[in-house]
Design a protein around this ligand. Sequence first.
Ligand code: GDP
Length: 181
Amino acid sequence: MPEYAFIGRSNVGKSSLINMLVNQQGLAKTSQKPGKTQLINHFLINEKWYIVDLPGYGYARVSKSSREKWEKFIRAYITKRENLQCVFVLIDSRLEPQKIDLEFCSWLGECQIPFALVYTKADKQSGPKTDQNVAKFNKTLLGWFEEVPPFFVTSAEKGQGKEKLLQFVQEVNQDFVKPII
Ligand code: GDP
């Protein structure tokens, strides 16, 4: 089944966003698939696709070696999942573009992994301020890629962006071809 991974800096609002998508669909959390590390949660949505909840990056107080271990683990996971359709990179819409987020997008691009941007916490500041931060981040990516990846401005607090995001998943799912194992 197609999978969509969600990833972002710790505290970006990933759990809240996933809850928004899961709860309002009346969905159940699935048990761990055999052999999966407990670091990764899967949620089966409408019996049609999986949300893959990846651990956050950018913890301030972790050692270099645990950070490197994390990176290796996540990168291996992302590059090896055959059914992974898209990685949603969560970005805090209140902040100016952050190096760590840009670097992660750049890496996804280099690996040719399809990704989309989810700007979170849009209710926390004025619309123009959100638009400004979104525009800056997208502009930086435009310097590296031929086009801006799909992006969604969301608020888990207000339920903003949910429909568009689910619509996007539905559209991508239509093109899903099950890999031959
Ligand atoms: P995670 O660490 O990325 O999973 O982030 P959480 O979902 O736990 O959210 C971190 C903090 O941001 C919590 O205090 C949330 O209540 C808050 N938060 C998350 N999403 C939103 C949002 O859309 N609007 C507002 N106002 N706060 C949010």
